[in-house]
Design a protein around this ligand. Structure first.
Ligand code: C2E
Ligand code: CA
Ligand code: CA
Length: 777
């Protein structure tokens, strides 16, 4: 659903507010006008009622006077006295004709009518005078009242005819008819209506009225009743009227109510206000139009800059950072616009930072692999010859364990800078330990890499620490090696692989190398198979214990006699198996083989400790201690029957994890040796942290011991230091008696080497152990 535009909303809100306010005004106006008019009408009606009462009084006392005049007329009294009806009637007619009375009776003392003059159609029934009226007349000379007679209302006066006692009564009546009503109406300043009514059996009946006889008669009979109060409002012929009921004769047990009714249309009273109301509505309508127009203009003023902002926001979403021109005014909109612009700047800056981060290495600030891949793609697009180079730092794993994080970063920065200085262009850090760059100058390819390698002969100095580092470099050529960036990266890494084992430390990609790589991969699958077929066996090299004067342990060394490949030396497949992860299978096999062989020897009474070589990934395997323990249990051997050899670099790779595994093994009672001691990053201080029992001095220091003074110093000091740390020392690579004797003199604990024995198959070892005479000892 499309949402309502702000502009429309604003207009609607304005409109609603306006209507509410106007509604309140109109309501107030209406109620005050109607209240006023009501009060006015009521005042008028009450004034009219007072006038009315006065008129009635006047008419009635005038009538009373006339009746008294007649009653005291001598001739009339004589006619009454003599019963001269003709004279009585003539006098009565004469009087009623003169004063316009509607009723004229003369009663004798028995209340019998002597003479009648009924003006109009009301002949027939004649009223009899109530005693009370006659008594009042007798006492006060005149009695007056209002009566209903034959559906008409009359003002009636009664006077006695005295001789001197009352002998007859004259009653004169004037009807309160339409004329009387009109007369009263004429005296009122407003155009009210007047009617006369009387009560008959609980209902009112109309006697006469100024107008609308029939409808009023219906209304009076149908809708009025005695307990409605003197003043009331009622709907009559579709208009609101205010009525005033003025009782002329109150209701009592023996009288029925007779009343006058004055009424006035409130609607009519309101009429003068109609013009005002129309003017007011007109004003209202015009201001409504102005309001709608005005709010549209205002809201446009508000929404135009907002729309501009919305457009700019959409553009930002598409990456176009554009500031919005702030309106000159000093209002919220311009505030919003300037904060919007600030936001645009901030977003732009942040995006730049994110882009920078995604293309840069946080540790060194150099560009990263992403950036380099982009650069490489661009270089490939240019289709000009170039060389991709990868430079790998060799000792980083070791350095990480002895230097703190900041120092390592400093070192990496220094390395990056040194390479950049030689290359003359930016270098990217593509992995933890390698840097990449592109050499566009093909001529430089022959010198730049060796310049880099040689530059590392100068050590680095990081916070006063002198650090030696070295690098290996792999190279791949575009377009000769490949035209595809991803392939080039693959080739450059395979070249690096070659460089790692080259003396120069630099190698270019050779198509064959990749073949060698493939063949080595297939070698791994062969190896996995060979582990189950018996092609892979152990040769056991004896270790001579100088103190005990006998062979108390052997080192298990793997031998692979492949049916297809012939004999494969361990150095040809173990480093590769370590990289592919296949070493896991070899270790599993080796553990089982060594433990079961050890158990067999034990059965034969041969008490030999078997030393097994472990690789880096074995030390990362937290399950290894459990596996070893399970095997020992299975063959009922103790941990002392097995010894594990690990290299420094394997431990340094991830010291904490390696320590976890080594500590568990040591806790199980297993002895641990540091193999190839002296080739890696040797530091006796870290040795203290390791749960090791033995150092094996690398054979490179032992082989030429007899001829090399430097080696002798090194071996001798290592033995002393090791002993000081409580470690046993084994020398491996003992090939001659001179070296052997030197080692014995230096206090070396164990000797291993071809001079004692080459590694032997298990059966041959048993023979060797039986026959060997250590006559040099
Ligand atoms: P390493 O652990 O340093 O093993 C000693 C190596 O020195 C063995 O080579 C051994 O034959 C050789 N050696 C012993 N005495 C002499 C001597 O007097 N003169 C000379 N020149 N060499 C001597 P090998 O058997 O070729 O093993 C090479 C490496 O392969 C071993 O070095 C070890 O790192 C690895 N390796 C062998 N077997 C296994 C294994 O089962 N597992 C693992 N992870 N590595 C193994
Ligand atoms: Ca070894
Ligand atoms: Ca060794």
């Amino acid at each position: 659903m499309r949402s309502v535009k702000f502009q429309t909303k604003l207009t609607i809100v304005y409109l609603a507010l306006f209507l509410v306010v106007q509604g309140i005004i109109i309501l107030a106006f209406y109620t005050s006008v109607t209240r006023n008019v009501g009060e006015q009408v009521q005042d008028q009606l009450s004034a009219s009622a007072r006038v009315f009462e006065r008129i009635i009084d006047e008419r009635i006392s005038d009538l009373g006077g006339r009746a008294q005049d007649l009653a005291s007329d001598f001739g009339f009294r004589q006619a009454v006295g003599t019963g001269d009806v003709a004279t009585i009637s003539s006098a009565l007619r004469n009087l009623s004709g003169r004063i316009g009375a509607d009723l004229a009776f003369v009663y004798d003392s028995d209340n019998t009518i002597i003479s009648v003059d009924q003006n109009g159609a009301n002949s027939g029934a004649t009223p009899s005078l109530p005693d009370s009226l006659r008594e009042t007349a007798e006492q006060e000379g005149v009695a007056q009242t209002i009566v209903e007679f034959n559906g008409q209302i009359y003002e009636l006066v009664v006077v006695p005819v005295r001789a001197p006692l009352p002998v007859a009564w004259i009653a004169l009546g004037i009807e309160l008819d339409r004329v009387a009503a009109l007369e009263i109406k004429g005296l009122s300043p407003i155009d009210l209506e007047v009617a006369f009514l009387f009560e008959d059996e609980g209902r009112y009946k109309l006697a006469s009225s100024t107008s609308e006889r029939d409808r009023l008669s219906q209304f009076v009979t149908g809708e009025m009743h005695a307990d409605m109060g003197a003043v009331f409002r009622k709907k009559f012929r579709g208009e609101e009227f205010m009525f005033w009921r003025l009782s002329l004769v109150e209701q009592s047990p023996d009288t029925r109510e007779i009343a006058a009714l004055v009424y006035f249309s409130l609607d009519k009273a309101l009429q003068p206000y109609m013009a005002l109301a129309i003017t007011l509505s007109g004003i209202l309508f015009v201001s409504l139009l102005m309001l709608v127009g005005g709010s549209v203009v205002i809201s446009r003023g508000v929404t135009r800059p907002l729309r501009r902002l919305a457009r700019a926001t959409k553009q930002i979403a598409t990456g176009q950072y554009r500031e919005v021109h702030a309106p000159g005014s000093d209002d919220e909109i311009s505030d919003l616009t300037s904060s919007f612009n600030q936001m645009v700047d901030a977003v732009k800056e942040r995006e730049e930072r994110i882009v920078f981060q995604s293309y840069h290495d946080s540790e060194t600030g150099l560009s990263n692999r992403n950036f380099f891949e982009k650069e490489l793609e661009e270089a490939v697009d240019l289709k000009e010859k170039f060389v991709v180079a990868v430079v790998e730092v060799q000792q980083l794993a070791e350095l990480r364990s002895v230097l703190n994080h900041n120092h390592v970063n400093e070192l990496l920065k220094g390395i990056g800078k040194r390479i950049e200085t030689i290359v003359g262009s930016p270098v990217a850090r593509v992995s933890t330990e390698s840097f990449c760059f592109i050499l566009g100058d093909i001529a430089g390819v022959s010198v730049v890499p060796s310049l880099i390698v040689n530059s590392f002969l100068t050590p680095f100095s990081v916070s006063d620490i002198t650090i030696d580092a070295s690098v290996k470099i792999g190279l791949a050529h575009f377009p000769d090696d490949s035209r595809d960036p991803a392939k080039l990266m693959q080739h450059v890494n395979s070249a690096l692989d070659t460089a790692r084992s080259s003396a120069k430390g630099v190698a270019s990609y050779v198509a064959d190398n990749s073949e060698a790589f493939k063949s080595r991969l297939s070698m791994m699958s062969d190896l996995r198979e060979a582990l189950g077929t018996g092609e892979v066996t152990f040769a056991y090299q004896p270790k001579y214990d100088l103190a005990a004067g006998k062979i108390s342990s052997v080192e298990a060394l793997v031998r692979w006699n492949s049916a297809t490949r012939g004999f494969v030396p361990p150095d040809d497949f173990i480093p590769f198996a370590e990289r592919t992860g296949d070493i896991r299978h070899l270790t599993e096999w080796g553990l089982k083989e060594a433990v079961s062989q050890c158990a067999k020897w034990k059965k034969k009474g041969l008490d030999l400790t078997v030393a097994l070589n472990l690789s880096t990934s074995d030390l990362m395997n937290q399950n290894l201690p459990g596996q070893v323990l399970a095997l020992l249990n299975e063959y009922s051997l103790s941990a002392a029957n097995l010894k594990l050899e690990v290299t420094e670099s394997a431990v340094m790779h991830d010291m904490n994890r390696a320590l976890d595994v080594l500590n568990m093994l040591s806790a199980m009672g297993m002895e641990l040796s540091i193999d190839d001691y002296g080739t890696g990053y040797s530091s006796l201080s870290y040795l203290k942290k390791l749960p090791v029992n033995e150092l094996k001095i690398d054979k490179s220091f032992v082989l030429k011991l007899a001829h090399n003074e430097e080696d002798r110093i090194l071996v001798r000091s290592t033995i002393e230091l090791g002993h000081n740390l409580g470690l046993k020392i084994t020398a491996e690579g003992v090939e001659d008696e001179v070296s052997l004797k030197m080692l014995r003199d230096y206090g070396c604990d164990t000797l291993q080497g071809y001079f004692i024995s080459r590694p032997l198959p298990a059966a041959d070892l048993e023979v060797f152990l039986k026959e060997a005479k250590f006559d040099w000892a």
